[in-house]
Structure formats: structure tokens, C-alpha cells
Ligand binder design. Structure first.
Ligand SMILES: Cc1ncc(COP(=O)(O)O)c(C=O)c1O
Length: 489
């Protein structure tokens, strides 16, 4: 055997030159995701900085790489549009607070003021009393964060640390609905909290409270309900979870990240609603995303607590750090004050009347979709009883994958769900004028769908790698990591 092999000549290398299935799938993803619009990729800093005009030209070219067309209302969620003038308000807020950083509250008093007001306004909206002064320990408290995931992460860390200090719990556990957002599982991984997933009722899509009760043990630190959840938009039975939380002295987090600035207005807009906020006595924290239906710029959410005492477990303080005493509220150290200014300005611009009107329109659009599906699509069924903006639907007779593909071919970007396989649309202001088009295109999609297939229930089977669910999860995890790699290619 020669000690050196010539490239490309051995059987082994012949095989190696053919991409593996995983590599081929990665290349397929890359072909779909990487759209550079013919612009060269910059792999290193320019030797000499560009002029302002050149930077502006380059930015213009990048902005012209076609985005998914979202302004026609065919994208589920994703772009929570606050109306024509909102962009101008953001730009003004950004430009006035461009260098600000709330980590240095003394340097940027305006940002500190806006941040505290965002939290107070949200607490008021979610029916929490407010402390009357800096030293009043009664009333609710909260912080802003970078988004729903960070709000949820911080709530989980808060409950973990409180349970450790106050109850000596070293192996914490949380009990969440199967339909709760994946951020809770992420928090479980990050903070070493065991996560119990409780199935939802097939009809109502609400978490099965009896099963939640059965899982409570001496390591349980808190329970979770969503208002509404992401997959099918159901609102869990928060009063029933509250009873459990009070009985067993547990925290109860209500995830209103998606419900954000819709849920407080649903009833006022004249639609039915379920209890979800601090008026329910066992609710101890609520996450609410300003950057969804609050119409704030991306990177903005609020985590609220029933008390300052509870919030104190969220904070991190490093009293002996050589760089000085270091105290922060969330994951980040430095934070963009410009985003806080954008969120504050969005909230001021919308006001109660603006949010009420947008709620009326958005929830109205969701209701029109539910009504249309129920009356004209016997092939489909709506999951649960959507009360807010998300409508999910599935079928017992036709292939939902085909329906999704036909809708995609007509320019719709809907979310595909699993367990059960379903499609959802999260209505936004942009969906409002597109409801009739949605139902029209759905007619075409349903009519062209083939009968239900086994693979519909098991998309991974399409890769021919069937087998156990662990194998599928492993494959999906590998592919997802490749997808994340691709984003940096
Ligand atoms: C119910 C719910 N919770 C949490 C999140 C996480 O929010 P973010 O994407 O801002 O991290 C989402 C996002 O869609 C959500 O729908």
C-alpha cells in the first residue's frame, strides 16, 4: 500500500467525493436559504474603510435582495406591522437614542425612564397594582428583555433560584403543557430544570390539569400556562392552574408572549375571553412581547412578576468583580437603549385606542377564517376554539402537507405543526385585508390535495430514515444544526 494516496483515486475517496445524505440535504437547504442577490460575500474587513456613500450604496444593494413578500398579508405572524407611520417613529426613536445603553442608567436617564414606564404600562394593562415608590415592596414589578425567549428564560431562572434559596430545592422541575413554547425546554437545558410535558385535551387543546396535578412533587418549582400558545392558539385553563399553584405554593407563569397586546383588549373589543392575568390570584409571572402585537421593533419583550421580591431572584449581582460591582437584570450586560426607545414610542403612538382597534381587526380576521373553514371546508377541522389571533387546522381525510404545499405555491407562508400535523396562521394587521384571498386559495389547495398519507404524520420518513422516534429526533437535530451552520455560510 502506498503511504500517500493521490487525491481522488481511491474507492474510499470516490465515495467521499459523493456527498453523504446529510451533506446533500445541507446543500439543498443552502440552495434555498442563501440568496446573495449576486453581491460578493465579504469574508474579511476591507483594507481601507468605505466612505459613507459607499456604505450607503452597499446597504441599498443588500436591502434590494428580495425578501419574502410579507406586505400582502400572506405571511403567518413574523411581521407584526404597526401601520404606515410606525417605521418613521422607530427611526426617530433610534436616531435620538442611537448610542444609549441602559447598563449605564446614570448616563442615559431618558432611557431609564422609558424602560421603567414600559414595564409599568404593561403591569397596568395586565391588572397588577404598582408600587407607590422605590421603597414600596407591594405591587408588581418587571423588566424589559430582548424577546419572548429571554423573558421565559429569565422567569425559569427566577423560579429556580427562589426555590433553591427558599425551599432548598436542588433538583428543580417545571410542569408545562405540551403546547407551551420551546423556550421553556431551552430554559430547562440552560438552567438544569427538569421539564415535564403534559398533553393537551384533543378537543379544547388546553393542558390536562388533572395530569399537571398528578406530576406535582417536592421538586416542582412552577407551573406554566399559555395565553395563547403558539401551535394552535388555545388559552390554557389559568384559573385551574392557579388553584394548583396556590394549593402547593408554586409559581405560575402565564406565557402571553404571543398574546402580548391583544389579550388585554379581546374582551374590550367585544369578543369572548378567558381569565389570564394578575387578577387570577395564583398567577405569579407573565411574559408579554412588545415586539409582537405591541408593534415595537424586534428585540423587545417584558417579563412581569407579582412582586419585587420574586423579581429579585431574576437579578444577577457580582459583588466582588475586579471591574466593579456588576448588577444586571437579564442575560445581557450592555443593551440597546434605541430598542427601548422604539418600544416606548410604539406604545405611546398606539395608546389604548390604537391597540383596541388593532385587536378588533386582528381577532376579527381570525374569527372570519375560523367561520370560513367551519362553514365551507368539511375536509378540515379547526383545532380547539381560537379566541385570539392563531387559527390552526388539520384534516382526517386529505393530506395537510399537500394543502400546505399548494398554499405555499400561492405565496402563503404558513406554519406547519406536528403532533398532530396541522397548519396554522397567526393573523396580523396585514392579514386583515387578505382573509378572502386566504379562504379562496385554501379552496384551491384543499381541492387539489390527495387523500391523507402515512408520511403526513411523519415528515422525517420522507428522508427514508424511518425507525424509532429517537432516530428521527437525532436526525432532525443534526439537520437543524446544519441549517444553523448554513445561516453563516
Ligand atoms: C407563545 C409564545 N411564547 C414565546 C415565544 C418566543 O418569542 P421570541 O421569538 O420573541 O423569543 C413565542 C414566539 O412566537 C410564542 O408564540
Amino acid at each position: 500500500m502506498p503511504s500517500h494516496r493521490t487525491l481522488g483515486t481511491t474507492d474510499e475517496q470516490m465515495t467521499a467525493s459523493k456527498p453523504s445524505d446529510l451533506d446533500q440535504a445541507t446543500l439543498d437547504i443552502a440552495a434555498k436559504v442563501i440568496k446573495n442577490g449576486g453581491i460578493d460575500r465579504e469574508l474579511a474587513l476591507p483594507e481601507k474603510g468605505l466612505s459613507a456613500a459607499q456604505v450607503s450604496q452597499a446597504l441599498a444593494a443588500l436591502s434590494e435582495i428580495p425578501n419574502t413578500k410579507w406586505s400582502n398579508g400572506r405571511v403567518s405572524g413574523a411581521v407584526y406591522h404597526g401601520g404606515e407611520d410606525m417605521a418613521k417613529i422607530w427611526v426617530e426613536a433610534f436616531s435620538r437614542f442611537e448610542v444609549s445603553n441602559p447598563l449605564h442608567a446614570d448616563c442615559f436617564p431618558g432611557v431609564r425612564k422609558m424602560e421603567s414606564e414600559i414595564v409599568s404600562m404593561a403591569l397596568t394593562l395586565f391588572n397588577s397594582p404598582l408600587p407607590s415608590s422605590a421603597i414600596d415592596q407591594t405591587g408588581g414589578a418587571g423588566c424589559t428583555t430582548s424577546g419572548g425567549t429571554e423573558s421565559i428564560l429569565m422567569a425559569c431562572k427566577t423560579y429556580r433560584d427562589r426555590a433553591r434559596v427558599e425551599k432548598g430545592i436542588k433538583e428543580p422541575e417545571m410542569i408545562i403543557p405540551l403546547s407551551a413554547h420551546a423556550a421553556f425546554d431551552k430554559a430547562g437545558e440552560f438552567f438544569g430544570i427538569k421539564v415535564h410535558h403534559v398533553p393537551v385535551d384533543e378537543e379544547t387543546r388546553q393542558v390536562d390539569v388533572a395530569q399537571v396535578a398528578a406530576l406535582i412533587n417536592e421538586n416542582t418549582i412552577f407551573l406554566v400556562g399559555s395565553a395563547p400558545n403558539f401551535p394552535d392558539g388555545a388559552i390554557d385553563d389559568i384559573p385551574a392552574l392557579s388553584e394548583l399553584a396556590l394549593k402547593y405554593d408554586l409559581g405560575l407563569h402565564v406565557d402571553c408572549c404571543l398574546g402580548s397586546f391583544l389579550v388585554p383588549f379581546v374582551e374590550k373589543a367585544g369578543y369572548p375571553m378567558l381569565p389570564f392575568d394578575f387578577r387570577v390570584p395564583g398567577v405569579t409571572s407573565i411574559s408579554c412581547d412588545t415586539h409582537k402585537y405591541g408593534f415595537a421593533p424586534k428585540g423587545s419583550s417584558i417579563i412581569m412578576y407579582r412582586s419585587k421580591h420574586l423579581r429579585s431572584f431574576m437579578f444577577s449581582v457580582m459583588p466582588t468583580w475586579p471591574g466593579g460591582v456588576y448588577a444586571t437584570t437579564g442575560v445581557a450586560g450592555s443593551r440597546p437603549g434605541a430598542i427601548i426607545a422604539g418600544a416606548w414610542a410604539s406604545m405611546q403612538y398606539m395608546g389604548i385606542d390604537g391597540y383596541l382597534e388593532s385587536c378588533r381587526e386582528i381577532v376579527g380576521a381570525a374569527k372570519a377564517i375560523v367561520k370560513g373553514i367551519k362553514s365551507d371546508f368539511p375536509e378540515l377541522y379547526v383545532l380547539g376554539n381560537p379566541l385570539v389571533s392563531v387559527v390552526a387546522f388539520a384534516s382526517k381525510t386529505i393530506s395537510i402537507a399537500d394543502v400546505g404545499a399548494a398554499m405555499a405555491a400561492r405565496g402563503w407562508h404558513l406554519n406547519t405543526l406536528q403532533h398532530p400535523v396541522a397548519i396554522h396562521i397567526a393573523c396580523t394587521r396585514l392579514t386583515v385585508p387578505a382573509v378572502d384571498e386566504f379562504l379562496g386559495d385554501l379552496r384551491f389547495a384543499v381541492d387539489s390535495a390527495s387523500p391523507i398519507k402515512v408520511e403526513d404524520d411523519d415528515q422525517v420518513a420522507l428522508y427514508g430514515l424511518g425507525g424509532s422516534s429517537e432516530m428521527k429526533n437525532e436526525l432532525v437535530t443534526k439537520m437543524s444544526k446544519r441549517y444553523l451552520d448554513v445561516l453563516y455560510s
